[in-house]
Design a protein around this ligand. Sequence first.
Ligand SMILES: NC(=O)c1ccc[n+]([C@@H]2O[C@H](COP(=O)([O-])OP(=O)(O)OC[C@H]3O[C@@H](n4cnc5c(N)ncnc54)[C@H](O)[C@@H]3O)[C@@H](O)[C@H]2O)c1
Length: 272
Amino acid sequence: MKSFTGKVAVVTGAGSGIGRALVLRLLAEGARVAASDIDDAALSETAAIASAGERLRAYRLDVADRDAIYSHADQVVADFGQVDLVVNNAGVALKGSVREMTDDELRWVMDIDFWGVVHGSRAFLPHLVASGDGHLVNVSSVFGLIAVPTQSAYNAAKFAVRGFTEALRQEMVLEGTNVGVSCVHPGGIKTNIARNGRTSNPADAAEFSKSIDQVAMTSPKAAARTILNGVKRNKARILVGPDAYAIDALPRVLGSLYQPLVIRAAKRQLGQ
Ligand SMILES: NC(=O)c1ccc[n+]([C@@H]2O[C@H](COP(=O)([O-])OP(=O)(O)OC[C@H]3O[C@@H](n4cnc5c(N)ncnc54)[C@H](O)[C@@H]3O)[C@@H](O)[C@H]2O)c1
């Protein structure tokens, strides 16, 4: 996909952060957009900012709801006639150690961050194949490249997204389709991800909600530009932000010996 002009793009989690920035940039580059989110108010705000008339349609969608995603795919095709680009972007964050978190918390993360991506990929794939110039983008994280303490649920979901997406990219080639597939690994992006997140220990809530503001290096607008440039180049792995490049290098250079570095950094943070 060398240009987005005249293409139909689907973006989940479009009410905030990276999703909203993707919607605005896709519209600016001439696409028509099906934007969805579980948060109606946030999605309406995206639509108001975009003020794109018929070129943008907003849909309430919970990506954890399998049936809803398949109905959504049918609805988008009925409304727009085609789908060329799908960005499975919706996601949530949880802070909690393996011993602290409940099964329900782990399931909440997996249902949205992993299964939401799986359903979004499988429901739209036939339409992306039919497009003849289709592209699928699944949003993982740098935490799909390295694991860190208190992020086991998120790590599990984002590593799983990476494995699923990389296997799918290879299948699309072997099956002779013209569907490009990219896995996105953002570093820290200044969004509402932590504010919208949950903590297993209520005492962590205030600090966690501020955590992203302290470390994020990249704006959602810059993230959207990097992601869409990666699509145009059909990149298998799209790294977003200088921190993402540094983190990507860690396990490639050090193998599993990146873990002592992470432990040392975590200890420093805990004042140990
Ligand atoms: N912000 C970062 O630093 C960062 C880093 C790496 C990866 N990511 C990933 O980027 C993606 C976008 O996150 P963001 O940073 O823009 O966060 P954000 O919280 O600003 O936006 C996420 C959007 O997803 C929506 N959402 C949540 N649950 C949903 C559900 N069940 N169904 C549909 N929509 C739902 C939220 O309402 C919100 O509008 C996520 O997959 C996240 O894991 C973010």
